[in-house]
Ligand binder design. Structure first.
Ligand SMILES: NC(=O)c1ccc[n+]([C@@H]2O[C@H](COP(=O)([O-])OP(=O)(O)OC[C@H]3O[C@@H](n4cnc5c(N)ncnc54)[C@H](O)[C@@H]3O)[C@@H](O)[C@H]2O)c1
Length: 429
């Protein structure tokens, strides 16, 4: 299907669109995979994004002429699972709660599992889903420590061997204007990227105060966005979107991170308020990563790059040479829905997408950046992903997801790390 957007988009100079579609799998229609119009799916994590992902998945099915059925849901908390379940007429017995409830969703006959819990849980949930032969939608980010990121890479390989699709929630990669700029850059419109800045400067999204009767695990699972052990800190949880664009547009991973951060106003948890990181991509190319969550301050979210022959904003204005790029095909202007279209279409065409490695690597870039700011050290990506001798290789945030399942969660201190000082939390870094 051709994009209804094509006629509406303007391009630099006489740039033209030629060739095959980029975003969509053009093989749609050749094979229906299961042959049935029915698509059964399950959800783990019934919060804001879980609810949004269900809506997007259903919208994607509508675009593809399929009939979605949400067969089971799981959440750490009973009220969350049952309220979402009720909204989508999921049988009461298929609304599961508890820290091991994900196993129940995965044990149903659903074909797809959508995962939208806090990121720390993603590696074990993803692995369980792939073990059970499910196609997966995994929200970003996919881990909070190097061990988790490597686990997602390994699970992604397992999924590949089983012919399962894995799509992650980095919607910019499924959004027309970003796809267009990436294609223009690849065609040489701005020459070679020599530097840039990626930013997520905003406010603290929310704080959930401890409720009477909450165990440590309950409190951390509710207020997960403010603990780095569950969220990865906002440089991982939120800014990963912009880091992903840098890695995507440059076409390679950074080698090192050197940066700093701190805390001025946060009232809950143990994270930093702001980060400023120099990412060295080699060949004298540096990207400045900057993110801040402080209410009442100037907000800017986006990416900008300077090339040898032009410049561009992530999905915005591009100044450079006239070049030809392939035709870009999307079904909807909404990247969060398009990612589900691309997931399902790839399965039905027998060409499953697998984005596990790339989202795990970008998550590791964000983790590396956080580790640099927390410790005050320069951190190498290789030490997180490959170098088994590195003290950073086996760094694990505690409490771990298994602590939540086993009931052995002990609250970490609600104070931020202090760079340059010996801190027991980083003894294994
Ligand atoms: N792609 C995007 O633009 C986007 C936007 C928002 C959030 N997200 C991502 O989606 C994920 C969820 O974010 P959210 O905003 O929906 O948060 P949320 O707090 O609204 O929802 C998380 C849900 O997970 C539940 N939960 C916690 N631990 C669990 C466990 N072990 N098992 C089952 N359920 C558990 C919580 O009770 C909650 O209902 C995060 O990874 C976040 O980064 C992505």
């Amino acid at each position: 299907m051709k994009s209804p957007l094509l006629g509406r988009r303007s391009f630099i100079g006489s740039t033209t669109l030629v060739g095959a579609g980029l975003a969509a799998q053009s093989a749609w229609g050749q094979s229906s995979g299961t042959g049935s119009k029915k698509v059964k799916f399950g959800l783990i994590g019934c919060g804001g994004r879980g609810r949004g992902a269900v809506k997007d998945f259903m919208g994607a099915c509508k675009i593809l002429g399929l009939e979605p059925e949400l067969v089971a849901v799981a959440d750490a908390f009973e009220d969350k699972a049952s309220s979402l379940g009720k909204h989508y007429e999921v049988a009461e017995k298929s609304c599961f709660s508890g820290f091991d409830a994900y196993k129940e969703v995965i044990a149903t006959d659903c074909e797809y599992v959508l995962m939208a819990t806090p990121p720390s849980f993603r590696p074990i949930h993803f692995d369980a889903a792939v073990e059970a032969g499910k196609h997966c939608f995994i929200e970003k980010p996919v881990a909070v420590d190097p061990v988790g990121a490597r686990s997602v890479i390994a699970t992604g390989e397992k999924a590949k061997a089983k012919g399962l699709a894995v799509v992650c929630g980095t919607q910019r990669r499924h959004t027309y204007k970003y796809l267009r700029n990436k294609a223009l850059i690849d065609a040489g419109a701005i020459g070679e990227i020599r530097g840039g800045v990626v930013q997520w400067n905003s406010r603290v999204p929310w704080v959930k105060p401890r409720q009477a009767g909450d165990s440590d695990a309950d409190y951390m699972a509710r207020n997960w966005l403010n603990f780095y052990e569950t969220s990865g800190d906002h440089i991982v949880e939120q800014h990963v979107h912009n880091l992903d664009v840098a890695v995507w547009f440059l076409g390679r991973l950074p080698l090192t991170a050197l940066g700093f951060g701190g805390r001025a106003r946060r009232v809950s948890g143990n994270m930093f308020d702001f980060f400023s990181i120099d990412l060295d991509f080699g060949d004298d190319v540096h990207i400045h990563s900057q993110c801040r969550q402080i209410s009442g301050t100037y907000g800017r979210v986006g990416e900008s790059f300077v090339g040898t022959e032009g410049a561009c904003y992530g999905g915005g204005k591009l100044k450079g040479k006239d070049v030809k790029i392939p035709e870009i095909t999307v079904d909807t202007d909404n990247g969060q829905q398009q990612e589900h279209v691309d997931l399902i279409r790839s399965v039905r065409a027998g060409k499953p997408l697998n984005q596990a490695k790339r989202i795990a690597e970008v998550t590791a870039v964000a983790i590396m950046s956080r580790m640099s700011a927390y410790t005050g050290e320069m951190i190498r990506l290789n030490d997180l992903l490959k170098n088994e001798q590195s003290p950073h290789y086996n760094y694990t945030c505690k409490p771990t997801p298994l602590d939540f399942e086993k009931g052995t969660v002990k609250m970490p201190a609600e104070t931020p790390p202090i760079p340059g000082e010996e801190d027991k939390r980083f003894a294994n870094m």
